[in-house]
Design a protein around this ligand. Structure first.
Ligand code: ATP
Length: 140
């Protein structure tokens, strides 16, 4: 059976995750409070819905608790990211991945029990620095 993913927040990070999951043949429910974002992703994903993920009732009515994996891709609004993660944890969602904006955010997410915390800007910076150094070493 196809795995079912929900992606909350359709910025550059969440949007790129949605596109990659779809290209891997997964079912994707995309959620954002911004109507324009939802309209942009509606033709790409399985279903796109306008909702505020800090509204527990809205998440329940979308059946988010039954998804295999929920990705919280809200960056700037740290409070919304934390509240959303808390609601998902209380719903016993199987697997929750959350994008962290900074180390404090990461610490709170980890306390809340997020299964996976990603820090894309930091991680890519580390990888690029590593690649640049290895390339320079090879060049000498
Ligand atoms: P990125 O770094 O991925 O490009 P961004 O800077 O474009 O992100 P963010 O502020 O991280 O934007 O938010 C990502 C998306 O999350 C936005 O499209 C925003 O509308 C959405 N979002 C923020 N809060 C909520 C919420 N409570 N419910 C649903 N969507 C939300």
């Amino acid at each position: 059976m196809k795995k079912q993913f929900a992606v909350i927040g359709l910025g550059r990070f969440g949007g790129s995750i949605c596109k990659s999951l779809v290209s891997e043949g997964m079912d994707v429910l995309a959620i954002d409070q911004d109507e324009d974002k939802v309209n942009e992703f509606a033709p790409i994903v399985t279903e796109a819905v306008i909702a505020d993920s800090t509204d527990e009732k809205a998440l329940r009515s979308l059946g988010v608790r039954n998804f295999d994996h929920v990705i919280v891709a809200i960056g700037d609004n740290i409070l919304a990211s934390i509240l959303t993660t808390l609601i998902l944890e209380e719903m016993n969602v199987k697997h929750i991945t959350v994008k962290a904006q900074n180390d404090y955010h990461e610490k709170v997410l980890s306390r809340l029990g997020a299964d996976e915390i990603v820090h894309p800007e930091r991680d890519i910076g580390i990888r690029i620095a590593h690649n640049v150094v290895s390339k320079n070493v090879l060049d000498y």
